[in-house]
Design a protein around this ligand. Structure first.
Ligand code: IMP
Ligand code: MG
Length: 175
């Protein structure tokens, strides 16, 4: 099997969009502190680029969720494989995710966070594939809407590969 990649979103466009998102996020929290929950591992690169551009006080923590075990197909269940350790009660929480596909993962996790009584809860995602949505998830800060293609790079993987690519690419697997 041969894997080929075509560039969907170049590095420069991602950089520019993240700066715009940081400005939007800074403005929307009215200078109040924000607690960022970065979803491992795919959102790490986005989250670390973003936090350095935010102007307010920032705390960050990590959660690892798994619902996507085997390459390109989603399995039904969401599991927390590494939970948040900071106290979220009364905090302005911003979840940072790589991509919203069916919405299953974020639907599950946002409901979990709501149970911890944050002051506010918002979602930032680099990518959104709205055509694939099965669960209602609202993205407050979105990088790019993309078509129903399997993408890699800038944190996103295929079988743990390609996360370090500085751009978003569409992966084609030739049989
Ligand atoms: P959802 O629960 O169906 O919304 O799936 C979300 C998770 O699936 C994301 O956090 C990604 O880890 C993974 N995922 C969905 N689409 C892609 C893709 O095109 N490339 C890589 N990972 C993806
Ligand atoms: Mg993910």
């Amino acid at each position: 099997m041969k894997e080929t990649i075509s560039v969907l979103i170049p590095e420069k466009d991602i950089e520019k969009r993240i700066s715009e998102l940081a400005t939007e996020i800074t403005a929307s929290f009215n200078n109040e502190p924000v607690t960022i929950i970065c979803v491992l591992k795919g959102a790490v690169i986005l989250a670390m680029d973003l936090v350095r551009k935010l102007k307010q006080e920032v705390q960050f923590d990590f959660v690892e969720l798994s619902s996507y075990y085997d390459g390109t197909s989603s399995s039904g269940q969401v599991k927390i494989t590494k939970d948040v350790t900071v106290d979220l009660e009364g905090k302005n929480v911003l979840i940072v995710e790589d991509i919203i596909d069916s919405g299953r993962t974020m639907n599950f996790f946002m409901n979990r966070v709501k149970e911890k009584n944050p002051k506010s809860l918002k979602l930032c995602s680099l990518l959104d594939k709205p055509e694939r949505r099965e669960f209602d998830v609202k993205v407050d800060f979105l990088g790019f809407e993309i078509p129903d293609e399997f993408v890699i790079g800038y944190g996103l993987d295929y079988a743990q590969k390609y996360r370090n690519l500085p751009y978003i690419g569409v992966l084609n697997i030739e049989q």
